[in-house]
Write a new protein. Structure first.
Length: 176
């Protein structure tokens, strides 16, 4: 029974993907997408309206695949799934501020999970009925990059679980 419950929890976060589309990111650098990306800014909140071709020129292949093709990384392989540092998380595609570390929690689903976004405009939502499932997709509020999904099984105070792809997150440690 525990195995079946664990399997269902993992599948609820992850969308099925072909074996040639699997993204593993444990060896990725924490801020790999900033280099050569003129749209990356941790202070500019202006909405970005770029074509997929423009994004493909400035993003690493693994970030592009998740952000623009709505891919996913394997559970328990991303750089932040069990990370406990204090600081802020930013969109790896554009630098938009997404989450504070104090809203991160251990959900055991294999992806970093948060119970609230940093600000209401940090993310936006769309219905996702792909693969025969009814879910809510979470997109970056600045660049519309796919981040993951949100579920109603998180902790208080919101009861939400933002189940995010590590590859779509950059982390900046808190300064003392």
């Amino acid at each position: 029974m525990l195995f079946i419950t664990s399997l269902l929890l993992i599948l609820s976060c992850q969308q099925p993907i072909a074996s040639n589309e699997i993204i593993n990111s444990p060896d990725s650098t924490m801020n790999s997408s900033k280099t050569g990306n003129p749209y990356y800014s941790r202070t500019d909140t202006t909405k970005l309206e770029l074509t997929d071709a423009e994004w493909q020129k400035v993003l690493p292949d693994d970030v592009y695949h998740i952000a623009r093709n709505k891919g996913t990384e394997r559970a328990f392989t991303g750089k932040f799934w069990d990370f406990e540092g204090l600081g802020n998380y930013y969109c790896a595609a554009c630098g938009n501020a997404l989450f504070k570390s104090d809203s991160k929690f251990a959900s055991s689903c294999g992806w970093p999970s948060f119970y609230e976004s940093l600000r209401p405009t940090s993310v936006r939502y769309e219905s996702d009925n792909s693969y025969g499932m009814r879910r809510i997709e979470v997109l970056c509020g600045r660049c519309d990059g796919h981040l993951g999904h949100i579920f109603d099984d998180g902790p208080p105070p919101t009861g939400k679980r933002f189940c995010m792809n590590s590859i779509m997150l950059d982390f900046e440690p808190e300064t003392k």
